[in-house]
Ligand binder design. Structure first.
Ligand code: AMP
Length: 181
């Protein structure tokens, strides 16, 4: 228990904060400093894998682009497949898509139509939960396709933005590191 808490503290200290990036007022949480450390990458990988082991997860979905770093690692560790959710126009085969509101204008994410089956138990991963708009769109997309169960994971949650509150109450949302901003 002590080690687990110490490890989470190490991860938290490993994320670099960049004030006013990309625009004034944003405290940007830079995960590249965490990933470049062999020790921190191993801690993140083991902690997340332990969190989701034994749940029967069949596919780990990563959201472009920072979700593409941990998601394949988790997929491999959990003996699951990896599926990308990408921005509009990047996936080559037939897609389902979901449009969502961003701070300025709209955005679209897509997934291959043949990526999932109704038997899949899904873990969707992204690096960070802010307002929740991006993950909510991914959640809606997967829900529309119809799978057995959806788990949602983030490395980082910006708690003050209350992103988790836009999901249905019983949604399984877990994050490793929490910050108030
Ligand atoms: P949101 O849809 O508001 O939850 O924003 C989540 C997405 O935007 C994630 O893919 C993050 O990578 C990125 N993001 C939003 N806010 C930040 C932040 N303060 N630091 C780093 N990434 C962020």
């Amino acid at each position: 228990m002590k080690t687990a808490l110490a490890n989470l503290e190490k991860l938290k200290n490993g994320v670099r904060n960049i004030p006013d990036f990309p625009i004034k007022g944003i405290q940007f949480k830079d995960v590249t400093t965490l990933f470049k450390s062999t020790e921190l990458l191993a801690i993140a990988s083991k902690t997340l894998t332990d969190e989701y082991r034994g749940l029967g997860i069949t596919k780990v979905i990563g959201i472009e682009s920072r979700g593409f770093i941990m998601a394949p690692i988790l997929a491999l560790n959990l003996q699951a497949g990896f599926i990308p959710i990408r921005k509009e126009g990047k996936l080559p085969a037939d897609v389902y898509e979901e449009e969502y509101e961003k701070e300025y204008g709209k955005d679209k994410i897509q997934i291959h139509k043949d990526a999932l089956t109704s038997e899949d138990i899904i873990l969707i991963h992204d690096d960070l939960l802010a307002t929740g708009g991006t993950m909510h769109a991914a959640y809606n997309l997967i829900n529309r396709i119809g799978v057995k169960k959806i788990y949602i994971n983030f490395l980082i949650e910006l708690e003050d933005l209350k992103g988790r509150e836009i999901f249905p109450k019983d949604t399984d949302i877990r994050s490793l590191i929490k910050y108030s901003i």
